[in-house]
Design a protein. Structure first.
Length: 134
């Protein structure tokens, strides 16, 4: 014999499946944001340094490749025109910081000539990018 209920069954929201879905969405968003992170500079083989510190502010990237090619952000720039490209940036308030990425095979003389051009443009805050060596 079937027993009938006098009251209708109440709908419930189950919390465990809801938390599973929210966790999966969180993981998906984390993975998507990590995949969207793009290095602003040109890939170079960096020298290693045990005393390197991580720079957390936004920087203007200058990259110097092994063959001597110079890049400002992702645009190839001859050394003679680097000052011309950086001068408008130097007039901003506050002046930008430069992150200089030089291949470890590039001569010291070439790196110093790039640093000189950056300073002549009016920017004195220059950081050299290195790999961290434990």
């Amino acid at each position: 014999m079937k027993v009938s209920r006098d009251y209708p069954k109440k709908a419930r929201i189950e919390m465990i499946p809801l938390m599973d879905v929210i966790f999966l969405l969180l993981v998906a968003f984390i993975m998507m944001t990590m995949s969207m992170t793009v290095a602003r500079g040109i890939p170079v083989e960096l020298p290693a340094s045990a005393a390197a510190e991580v720079e957390k502010r936004s920087l203007v990237t200058v990259s110097l490749l092994r063959d001597g090619t110079l890049y400002l952000e992702r645009e190839a720039v001859p050394l003679s025109l680097l000052r011309e490209h950086l001068s408008p940036l130097a007039r901003r308030e506050p002046p930008p910081r430069i992150l200089l990425s030089g291949d470890k095979e590039v001569s010291y003389d070439r790196v110093l000539s790039v640093i000189d051009e950056i300073r002549k443009a009016g920017i004195t805050a220059i950081s050299l990018e290195t790999k961290w060596k434990p």
